[in-house]
Design a binder for this molecule. Structure first.
Ligand code: GLN
Length: 212
């Protein structure tokens, strides 16, 4: 699933910074030594290899994306080979199907069905150790009003499950996680995105040699 785009440019990852937990993603990438920029307007996508769409509130984020023209800009960024990773609300933006909310705006680039808030309310947030494909040891994950991925389409690879449900998935130049890997200080999922989804070299500990 490595991106093949624009190898000549220095590695640079963007974080969609309209709303939600974007600062924490920025800090995680910086801890890995990756250059990061914040994306608020379509022109901020120039020169990026990948973009993280953070957790937050998916309807608000979608409205802001549309207001700033970032919905179509992100679609063409992806069509041109750019990688996208959605966490929690960001995963909802990537999903082709949001069960019960057919009218909710979204990018819809990843063939999967999600049910919003299906693990319960904020007070039902929980933590769990996950075996994630591509990581050499379990990952402690935090779920906050997470969506549930109830189905994935052809070409989508399951990276992790929790009690049978898919909680991390990937497709060419796409990754979705319903938990929040940016909040607990373990940056291995960020490394996975940079190396395996964006196809950028990174000297990170904790990834397996296996290609995902
Ligand atoms: N419940 C939020 C939504 O549906 C997502 C929560 C999150 O990103 N932590 O938009």
């Amino acid at each position: 699933m490595a991106a093949v785009n624009r190898p000549a440019r220095p590695p640079l990852i963007g974080v969609l910074a309209l709303q939600g937990a974007f600062r924490e993603h920025r800090q995680a990438l910086e801890r890995l030594g990756v250059a990061v920029s914040e994306v608020r307007l379509p022109r901020h996508l120039d020169g990026l290899h990948g973009v993280i769409i953070p957790g937050g509130e998916s309807t608000t984020m979608a409205k802001l994306m549309r207001d700033y023209g970032l919905d179509r800009a992100l679609e063409s960024f992806h069509r041109d080979g750019g990688a996208l990773w959605g966490t929690c609300a960001g995963a909802i933006e990537l999903a082709s199907d949001i069960v019960g909310f057919p009218e909710q705006p979204r990018l819809g680039l990843m063939p999967m069905s999600v049910v919003r808030n299906d693990y319960g309310r904020q007070v039902a947030s929980f933590e769990a150790d996950l075996d994630i494909r591509g990581l050499d040891a379990p990952f402690h994950a935090l779920f906050i009003r997470a969506p549930r991925i109830v189905a994935v389409g052809e070409g989508v690879e399951v990276l992790a499950r929790y009690e049978g449900d898919i909680v991390a998935a990937a497709a060419p130049q796409l990754m979705a996680t319903v938990f929040h890997p940016e909040l607990l200080g373990d940056d291995r999922v960020h490394a996975l995105f940079v190396e395996r989804v964006c196809g950028l070299p990174l000297t990170a500990a904790g990834l397996t040699g296996e290609a995902t």
